[in-house]
Write a protein of this length. Structure first.
Length: 303
């Protein structure tokens, strides 16, 4: 077979690189990018992949970037994106310009009036944002949050529907300890004027990567629904945050319960009841085993 038939095309290299970038564990895309760049040995293919992958990765992982003067920060989401590299921070009423590939905020400017919600909507958004900040500060060691108006931002008073989105992002990166992880939750809140009901839909996601002498990843998600009455801004904010607090605490408790049972249930189900060695696995004393050590011994490596 000729060499040109075995060589990957420019497009194939780009798509492969893009896949790896998009599937990078939380907080590790820069490490993956560095390795990809050297492996590909094709600057153009890498740059094309990076330009397509980084914006998608940054928004899906809800990454947070500091303003150049470090006075505030901005979350990168699909809900506050004004164009390819500009994102609104409604809390400070500023628009941040970001470099997706470098993952930095390069400059900020005051938001224009048409980029902000009307005073009526802002009253609800601001009240919810204030109450949310208290909850996130209490619940997450390194959490950030924001509230965006995604529908009906020009509504001037009662009589029309509108929608807000709550975004919470918490990251714990500790590469020196071979462990990175993140929590992401998105809450869509629809204000129904005709029924005076708020419909609340939440999507919660926990991602973790542990890579000391191995490669173990956790990616768990949960959807939930709730509703409450349409009230004054302050009362509505308190009610919504209490609902968020309840569902997130309930989900975390269920995760803890599930993983505490792994050795006694899930791991046992993954192993044959009576292996080909005809020797039962000693579940009562699993700490004596080292997966890495046994694999190295079995393969005859690391001697």
């Amino acid at each position: 077979m000729a060499d040109d038939e075995r060589e990957l095309s420019q497009k194939q290299k780009k798509e492969i690189a893009k896949w790896f970038l998009l599937n990078s564990p939380a907080g590790e895309i820069q490490y993956v990018a560095k390795d990809l760049k050297s492996i590909l040995n094709d600057e153009r293919a890498y740059e094309e992949a990076a330009l397509e992958a980084f914006p998608l990765y940054n928004k899906s992982h809800l990454i947070c970037l500091q303003f150049p003067d470090r006075t505030a920060d901005v979350l990168l989401t699909a809900y506050n994106q004004l164009d390819e590299n500009k994102f609104l921070d409604p809390r400070t009423a500023q628009v941040a310009t970001v470099d997706h590939v470098k993952q930095v905020c390069t400059k900020v400017r005051p938001a224009a009036d048409e980029e902000l919600a009307s005073p009526f909507i802002e009253e609800y958004r601001w009240a919810l944002d204030s109450e949310l900040l208290k909850y996130v500060d209490e619940a997450y060691a390194k959490g950030v949050c924001s509230v965006y108006c995604v529908s009906g931002k020009d509504v001037e008073g009662p009589g029309s529907d509108f929608a807000l989105v709550v975004v919470i992002s918490a990251v714990r990166n500790s590469p020196q300890n071979f462990c990175n992880g993140s929590w992401r939750s998105i809450w869509n809140i629809e204000f129904k004027d005709d029924t005076q009901i708020l419909e609340i839909r939440g999507k919660l996601q926990v991602v973790a990567h542990y890579f000391e002498e191995g490669n173990v990843q956790l990616d768990a998600s949960h959807d939930c629904k709730d509703s409450t009455l349409f009230q004054a801004p302050d009362d509505t904010a308190v009610t919504i945050v209490n609902i968020i607090r309840h569902h997130e605490a309930e989900y975390l408790a269920s995760l803890e319960a599930s993983y505490s049972k792994l050795p006694d249930s899930t791991f046992k189900d993954l192993r044959r009841k009576l292996p080909v060695t005809r020797t039962l696995f000693p579940w009562h004393n699993t700490l004596q085993f080292s997966l890495t050590r046994d694999i190295q011994k079995e393969l005859g490596i690391g001697k």
